[in-house]
Design a protein around this ligand. Structure first.
Ligand code: ADP
Length: 450
């Protein structure tokens, strides 16, 4: 097992990894930018190394500086967390060439799955349903129109290098498509340095359901069931839960089996997530694979009692998973609310600043994963996630009740947060009755749904 691990991330996920390492008796090296110099979780690491100024491109994304920090700090492995360098196959390769273990899948598997258009082709080859659409990248406006007509409008244009909903455009007809193709391509080039665009049929009011995968280097791949992340606003997830409400058992098992098939053909190990959308007739379609730990991983941990971060570390050290699919029995219902320093009343404007007081909730079935403490200053330079509140109860109804109680108990003073939004969402009839799809929050915010 490793003696010392460098955590190449910040905020709650850096703390999550440090906690796992402390429990495993592994020392940690934390890295931080100048903006995160005073972050309280740094004290829990055995060493903290500054890797540059606030701008992520000059610090957390600088491969040379992260590698130097690992060498100076004597770390044998690097945990990338999520975001930043976590899905960068080149970084994983550099780690390998420097004899530092990258805690995640191989660079080859990351490459096979990282490009969304290639991942779609791999999924099709593995017999995993994909959204009807183009066979490859669309290289001209004429091509786009021809393909869109053959699959039927509305269509969705997507960036092959995409992430975070950037570079996606819906087009309802030929005319809209011409403009959308130009815009999507330019946006993809600007955001990802790759203008490649492919086309999918736009599925109306889908649910977003993803399967958690876990594999080792000895050929074992299992799934940890699904998470429903349909409660999103502008393609940003707000609430995640497991099991997915209203998903027929046959669909659930077919999705889990499909995810395992894809991970198997991709030569995958470590933790990852296979994302699907499910239409109103319960047909499911693969949309992308994320070869890393997910923000919402605690939901799967709660229902399966498996620590995903520790599993990643053991796998990276070459240990077998020691689990079979039959060992993974989901229990109860888990819900996670992402608590962001944003003002829901002001169009979700980010609200960085000093947290004057924070009181974390507790009690049976409540988990609060947060790096924020009283006096912590939320920097303006990164995403505004200040914590994740997770509950686990025998049923969905009880989980909603516990979440509402815990949200009321959670006090964050000094910055505005999404806590009031979550309370309103949980109280809505649509959420209670699980009439959720990826568009319901926006309709509900507009007052169209109760
Ligand atoms: P990103 O990598 O940018 O997050 P995804 O491919 O994961 O992009 O899609 C993000 C979200 O967009 C999904 O959660 C879903 O809400 C929506 N979406 C993706 N593909 C489709 C589609 N074909 N039809 C309708 N909505 C879609």
């Amino acid at each position: 097992m490793f003696k010392r691990i460098l955590v190449a991330n910040r905020g709650e996920i850096a703390l999550r990894v440090i906690r796992a390492c402390r429990e495993m008796g592994i020392e940690t090296v934390a890295v931080h930018s100048e903006a995160d110099r005073d972050a309280p979780y740094l004290e829990l690491a055995d060493e903290a190394i500054c890797v540059g100024p606030a701008r992520a491109a000059d610090s957390y994304l600088r491969i040379d500086r992260i590698i130097s920090a690992a060498e100076i700090g004597n770390a044998q492995a690097i945990h990338p967390g999520y975001g930043f360098l976590s899905e960068n196959a080149h970084f994983a390769e550099v780690c390998r060439s420097c004899d530092i273990t990258f805690i995640g899948p191989t660079p080859e598997a990351m490459q096979r799955l990282g490009d969304k258009n290639s991942a779609r082709a791999l999924a099709r080859a593995a017999g995993v349903p994909t959204v009807p659409g183009s066979d490859g990248l669309v290289t001209s406006e004429e091509d786009a129109v021809r393909i869109a007509r053959s699959i039927g409008f509305p269509v969705l244009l997507k960036a092959t290098a995409g992430g975070g909903g950037k570079g996606m455009r819906v087009a309802a007809n030929d005319l809209a498509l011409a403009g959308a193709w130009q815009q999507a391509s330019a946006e993809a080039q600007a955001a990802f340095g790759n203008p490649g665009i492919y086309i999918e049929r736009y599925i109306e009011r889908p649910r977003h359901v993803e399967i958690q995968i876990l594999g080792d280097q000895h050929g074992t791949i299992v799934h940890l069931w699904e998470r429903d992340c349909s409660t999103q606003r502008r393609h940003q997830k707000l609430i995640e839960e497991s099991p997915s409400p209203r998903l027929p058992e046959a669909t659930r098992s077919a999705m889990c089996a499909a995810a395992v098939r894809l991970a198997t053909v991709a030569g995958y190990h470590s933790a990852g997530t296979v994302e699907f959308i499910v239409d109103q007739q319960d047909n499911f379609y693969f949309i992308e694979d994320n070869a890393r730990i997910h923000v919402e991983h605690p939901v799967s941990e709660m229902i399966t009692a498996i620590d995903l971060v520790k599993s990643q570390i053991r796998d990276a050290a070459g240990e077998p998973l020691g689990l079979t699919q039959d060992d993974i029995r989901p229990r109860g219902h888990a819900i996670e609310c992402r608590i962001n320093a944003e003002d829901p009343a002001a169009n979700f404007r980010p609200c960085p600043g000093r947290i004057d007081r924070i009181i974390a909730p507790g009690g049976f079935g409540v988990r609060f994963d947060s790096h924020a403490t009283t006096g912590y200053v939320v920097p303006p330079n990164y995403d505004s996630l200040v914590g994740k509140l997770i509950v686990h109860q025998p049923t969905r109804r009880e989980a909603i009740e516990t979440m509402a109680r815990a949200l009321r108990e959670l006090r964050i003073e000094g910055v505005r947060t999404t806590v009031p939004l979550h309370l309103d969402l949980l109280a809505s009839a649509a959420f209670h009755e699980a009439r959720i799809d990826t568009t319901f929050v926006e309709r509900w915010l507009a007052g169209a749904s109760s």
